[in-house]
Design a binder for this molecule. Structure first.
Ligand code: NAD
Ligand code: MG
Length: 385
């Protein structure tokens, strides 16, 4: 019986994780579930899975949550400290699936318990990679990748000599605007940017897929997680989204991970690791897929992608600046205040300004939070100007 906690249980990754857990009720015991404003979902899942604790990030919703769980044995709590307490409850396996830099502190708290952290929250490694890895090492905890590309790389490396790795190729679907004339991108709207051709994901990551900010985050995530040199990482557009990543070795071999675009594969792999177990994902019929296409991403269509290499070269807090600037630009795009192509232009400006007081100092939770805060303020000023 594995004791599991899900941070961000009401989101897309959280719900897919609960779907897998519900299929093997004898194998898992749910410790804590956390969510945001969707109290009905959080309460229903906490009841159904007999969680010990349910936490909403919003203190103003505590009474709603208490009411929704009245008569059950589920304890309730709310707010940032309660998210940390949820992460600190003894668990064998914790899913980090809060979206954005808000996932960093609870993820670190979970690592300090020394169990396994299944990491969907890529922002943790982008903003604080060295801190995450040092915390895991210090508390003898393990981080398993959940992002599909990183799970694919991880799986391709099983049993391999890491010194023989020459390169890693991460694929990208190309997102909602893959086939749009580049000149039209200045006028695309939020709704069409929120529609993914292959994957069913949360709204923010779906828009980040259209801009390739998501791929930029994943490149940095891969560098941190697999200790790669930035020059070893490549990105290819692969519209079918069946090859999730490839690892190239020094003998010229490429090991590809191939599967349907269903996050339950990567989640289930992390959930069952080190075993492989049956998972309810579609089996690929390669003959009906027919062909697999690969192409180099057009820098004019995806200007956000190159920023990843700028961030990796700068090091220090550049990842925190990049992520905060990106999150804030995305907020403003969703609110209709800036256009789609303005996002990458503004983030590039934020990186050039180095809007953070101590970009090269040691990365701590506090320094990342401060950098995040300063960068968001600066972005708001840039956008208001
Ligand atoms: P989502 O928006 O569907 O869900 C986010 C979850 O986080 C919800 O439970 C929400 O209540 C909670 N949350 C949001 N803001 C919060 C805050 N400030 N404090 C505490 N909780 C908060 O997002 P998602 O698509 O499930 O993505 C979650 C993470 O996984 C992201 O980092 C994303 O990049 C990553 N990821 C997602 C996918 C996918 O298929 N959805 C794939 C790879 C990686
Ligand atoms: Mg991914």
């Amino acid at each position: 019986m594995r004791r599991v906690t899900i941070l961000g249980a009401t989101g897309s990754i959280g719900q897919n994780t609960l779907d897998l857990i519900a299929r093997a009720p004898d194998d898992f015991q749910v410790v804590a579930l956390t969510g945001g404003r969707n109290i009905a979902q959080l309460a229903a899942d906490a009841r159904r899975h007999r969680a010990e604790l349910a936490v909403t990030a919003h203190p103003d919703l505590l009474e709603d949550l208490r009411g929704a769980l009245a008569g059950s044995d589920v304890a309730v709590a709310a707010g940032a400290d309660a998210l940390i307490e949820a992460a600190q409850r003894p668990a064998d396996w914790t899913m980090s699936a809060i979206v954005g830099v808000a996932g960093l502190a609870p993820g670190l708290a979970a690592l300090e318990q020394g169990g396994t952290l299944a990491l969907a929250n890529k922002e943790s490694l982008v903003t604080a990679g060295p801190l995450m890895l040092a915390t895991a090492a210090r508390y003898n905890a393990r981080i398993l990748p959940v992002d599909s590309e990183h799970s694919a790389i991880f799986q391709a490396l099983i049993g391999e000599d890491r010194a023989a790795v020459e390169r890693v190729i991460i694929t990208a679907s190309g997102g909602a605007f893959r086939d749009r004339p580049v000149a039209d991108l200045a006028h695309v709207g939020v709704e069409e940017a929120s529609t993914h051709p292959n994957w069913d994901m949360g709204q923010r990551i779906t828009i980040d897929s259209a801009s390739m900010f998501n791929k930029a985050l994943e490149v940095i995530e891969a560098k941190e997680f697999f200790a790669l040199d930035p020059s070893q990482i490549e990105v290819l557009v692969h519209p079918q989204s069946t090859v999730h990543a490839l690892v190239g070795f020094n003998d010229g071999a490429l090991m590809a991970h191939v599967g349907p675009p269903d996050m339950r594969h990567a989640i289930g792999f992390a959930l069952n690791w080190p075993d492989r177990r049956h998972l309810p994902v579609a089996r690929l019929d390669l003959a009906s897929v027919g062909r697999l296409d690969f192409s180099v991403p057009d820098p004019a269509r995806y200007p956000a992608l190159a920023l990843a290499w700028q961030v990796m070269a700068a090091g220090g807090h550049a990842g925190a600046i990049f992520n905060a600037a990106k999150e804030r630009a995305l907020d403003h795009f969703i609110a209709g205040r800036i256009g789609f192509v303005d996002m990458s232009a503004l983030v590039a400006q934020a990186l050039d300004h180095g809007l953070c007081d101590a970009p090269k100092s040691d990365i701590t939770l506090e320094s990342v939070r401060r950098c995040d805060h300063l960068t968001r303020q600066q972005m708001d000023r840039l956008i208001a100007a």
